[in-house]
Design a protein around this ligand. Structure first.
Ligand code: SF4
Length: 306
């Protein structure tokens, strides 16, 4: 860490106290931004941490839909994003109008949205899921027909485990994980033969089939901590390796592909976090009608995840 970064971290700590603020960061954020955070986690864990916090101000270091989820669950808190231009291309692939049209085409289907969706899209869906609880929640749904959006890879990976349900998949994808190929797996397995291959289920199904373990970001981190293996090939965004290396300094990590870098997750830096705390920028707003409907979608997930 540079001297400049250390000074910024001190300034951030001071501003947090002065403004009764909580800083949270997603696992995919740059390492120095994670160091500024009081809580580091995946999108759902962070939204719940914001909800549980007694702080009045939340600075959310992640992408837009994540800060929106925090605002949906914490309407009386000020939720700030240090860089409002950090979006998620996958979340942007689906609009509320598309969901309404799909509902008309598939009236029998229960509409399940991945948490990587805007508040306006969540407001049109029946239940939200994360990569860690999707299987459990969809299994509990009575519907035989599931309209899953927006990630076709996550949807296909879940559908493969549930032959009793019919899945209709929206054709969205994560621009980062979707790029990984079986060719990457073959070459890294040859290069690092003693490694375990861990992938996120946003990767294509043919890649997930070849993995030793597929799971959410938190699931991958826990696997690394609990495993006796010493070397891992990581098939998810490279930011998570910062946490893996921190938790297991003696273990070795190799990226499955050089493409596993989300530029949107790297749009936030320490200067922006400091400015956000100091100037109360940029506030996330969700209109109350949309918020209440989106909250219903998130709360249904929470009930079914129990
Ligand atoms: S890694 Fe993929 S799903 Fe996550 S924010 Fe980036 S583009 Fe969106």
């Amino acid at each position: 860490m540079t001297e400049e970064e250390k000074l910024l971290l001190e300034e951030i700590e001071q501003l947090k106290k002065e403004n009764n603020a909580l800083v949270v960061a997603h696992y995919y954020q740059a390492g120095e931004v994670q160091e500024a955070a009081d809580v580091v986690g995946d999108s759902y864990a962070l939204a719940k941490a914001c909800q549980a916090s007694t702080k009045k101000v939340i600075v959310f270091c992640g992408v837009h839909f994540m800060a929106e989820s925090a605002k949906i669950l914490s309407p009386n808190k000020i939720v700030l994003m240090p860089n409002p231009n950090a979006g998620c291309p996958m979340a942007d692939m689906v609009t509320p109008e598309m969901v309404k049209d799909l509902r008309k085409k598939h009236p029998e289907a229960t509409v399940v949205c991945y948490i990587n969706t805007s508040a306006a899209v969540k407001a049109e869906c029946d239940v939200c899921v994360t990569s860690s609880n999707a299987e459990k929640i969809i299994n509990k749904l009575e519907a035989k027909e599931i309209l899953f959006l927006p990630d076709m890879n996550l949807g296909a990976n879940i559908a493969a485990k549930m032959p009793n349900k019919k899945f209709i998949l929206f054709e969205g994808y994560c621009v980062v994980h979707h790029q990984v190929t079986t060719g990457d797996v073959e070459s890294k397995r040859i290069q690092f033969p003693n490694s375990k291959l861990l992938v996120h289920p946003e990767c294509p199904p043919e890649v997930v089939e070849l993995a030793d373990y597929a799971g959410s970001t938190k699931g991958l981190l826990d696997f690394v901590i609990d495993s006796d293996a010493q070397e891992f090939i990581i098939g998810t965004e490279k930011g998570v390796v910062y946490n893996m290396q921190k938790a297991c300094p003696d273990k070795k990590f190799h990226m499955l592909s050089n493409c596993l870098l989300c530029v949107n997750m790297k749009k936030t830096n320490l200067t922006m976090v400091r400015d956000s705390l100091r100037d109360f920028q940029y506030e996330i707003e969700v209109d109350e009608v949309t918020r209440l409907r989106a909250e219903g979608c998130l709360k249904r997930m929470m009930e079914l995840a129990e």
